[in-house]
Design a protein around this ligand. Structure first.
Ligand SMILES: O=C(O)C1=C[C@@H](OP(=O)(O)O)[C@@H](O)[C@H](O)C1
Ligand SMILES: C=C(OP(=O)(O)O)C(=O)O
Length: 415
């Protein structure tokens, strides 16, 4: 689907959708908790729908109470032999170890961009835990058959934190004692989110600076009444839109959240935007923007919105951590370079791990999302600053995390 976004000013207030990262963790924990949990402030996107399908396939009963509330009766008792994880990297790496808890053969199947994303990091640790694993050269589909046995496992954390999240949520419900030695943990705030979500459902995880985790098995997840936080990744995009094209106030996002993408506030302040934080709302106002430097290694989902911010700044911004981008929905550093070139913004990737973006005039063009929601949203924000409309091909990709994104952005338009 094409979506044409004209330039213009924005001003207004919005509530971003719930964090899909927390929603997927909460769905998994509610599956593992025997009894009825309530999830509030949930708003479905493709990735949370995938997680919901997975927990139903694994035995949970999900009742939609109203559009923002789910009741979940937990209990692991697989109903079929296949989990469909859609395009969600997190659902894949989260529900594979949980599937292995069940002790029956289960297949994990995905689609679209996910079929090109590496899953190799799961193979050796799962085998060390006694799981039978079959796979297609390290890519989906995966066939697993548990159960999980006591072990000390080594995990390569350098590509993604998501499989660590999967182990951390699965192992408290397994029998035995577990130590996970992690080499080169990345995206560590996402690990904090996992530990926090598990704790809310009554499971405890100990760790020592993300290098060694200790988990006692046989813990009982407790049914919980859990309200899902607003999403800082969506908030980051909307705040950048406000900083480059007017003013935006967001509700239900707390700066005290453990979400990785709260770090967007640092980048906005460095770029010269005005940021006002009051209780659970935050306002950003456009000011003259200057080039900024920022390390996004631990918050890789900020690259696309920060590219839109840098394109609107005077001078050359420098964002480090591009090595984290190769295995997202697209090779995001390369995709940003290719698509921003079409609108007249040069992105230089010649220095390893660094993205240099020279701000300047943005011109109308036809660009492509590469099936990547964050690329589509980044280009839409830059369109606000363009001298004419930018047409985004593959704009439907936003449904992965933020289905109402374009409607929300349009609702802020003042001219
Ligand atoms: O655990 C999570 O919810 C996520 C972790 C991050 O992935 P990596 O750990 O692969 O960087 C992030 O990019 C992704 O959007 C969501
Ligand atoms: C990378 C992302 O998600 P996932 O890895 O869960 O597919 C994302 O939402 O940007």
């Amino acid at each position: 689907m094409d979506r044409s976004v004209p330039p213009g000013e924005i001003q207004g207030e919005l509530t971003p959708p719930c964090s899909k990262s927390y929603a997927q963790r909460a769905l998994a924990a509610a599956l593992l908790a025997e009894g009825e949990s309530t999830l509030r402030n949930i708003e479905l996107c493709d990735d949370t729908r995938s997680a919901m399908r997975c927990i139903e396939a694994l035995g949970a009963d999900v009742t939609v109470v109203d559009p923002h509330t789910l009741k979940i009766r937990g209990g692991l008792a697989p109903r079929g032999r296949t989990l469909h994880v859609g395009e969600s990297g997190l659902s894949t790496r989260l529900f594979t170890p949980i599937a292995a808890l069940a002790g029956v053969p289960l297949r994990i199947e995905g689609e679209g961009t996910l079929l090109r994303r590496p899953m190799t990091m799961m193979i050796a640790p799962l085998r060390q835990l006694g799981v039978e694993v079959r796979h297609r050269d390290g890519f989906l589909p995966f066939d697993v058959c548990g159960p999980l046995h006591s072990a000390t496992v080594e995990v390569d954390g350098s590509v993604s934190s998501q499989f660590i999240t999967g182990l951390l949520l699965a192992l408290p419900a397994a029998r035995g004692e577990f130590t996970i030695d992690v080499r080169r943990a990345v995206s560590t705030p996402y690990i904090d989110m996992t530990v926090e979500a598990a704790h809310r459902f009554g499971a405890e995880i100990l760790h020592n600076g993300y290098t060694q985790f200790y988990i006692e098995g046989g813990q009982r997840y407790r049914p919980t009444d859990y309200s899902i936080e607003g999403d800082w990744s969506a908030a980051a995009t909307l705040l950048v839109a406000g900083a480059v094209a007017g003013e935006v106030t967001l509700h239900n996002v707390s700066i005290l959240s453990k979400q990785a993408d709260t770090a967007v506030c640092t980048a906005l302040v460095r770029a010269g935007a005005e940021l006002i934080h009051e209780a659970d709302r935050i306002t950003v106002r456009r000011r003259p923007l200057r080039a900024f430097e920022f390390d996004a290694t631990q918050c890789p989902d900020l690259f696309p919105p920060l590219a839109a911010l840098a394109a609107a700044c005077e001078g050359e911004s420098l964002i480090t951590g591009t090595s984290r981008l190769a295995h997202k929905e697209s090779d995001r550093a390369e995709t940003l370079r290719e698509e921003y070139a079409k609108v007249g913004i040069e992105i230089d990737l010649s220095t390893p791990d660094v993205m240099r973006i020279r701000g300047g005039a943005i011109r109308p063009a036809r660009v492509f999302s590469h099936g990547d929601h964050r690329i589509a949203m980044s280009m839409a924000v830059s369109a606000l600053r363009s001298s004419g409309a930018i047409t985004i091909e593959g704009a439907e990709a936003v449904a992965k995390s933020y289905p109402r994104f374009f409607e929300d952005l349009e609702s802020l338009r003042v001219n």
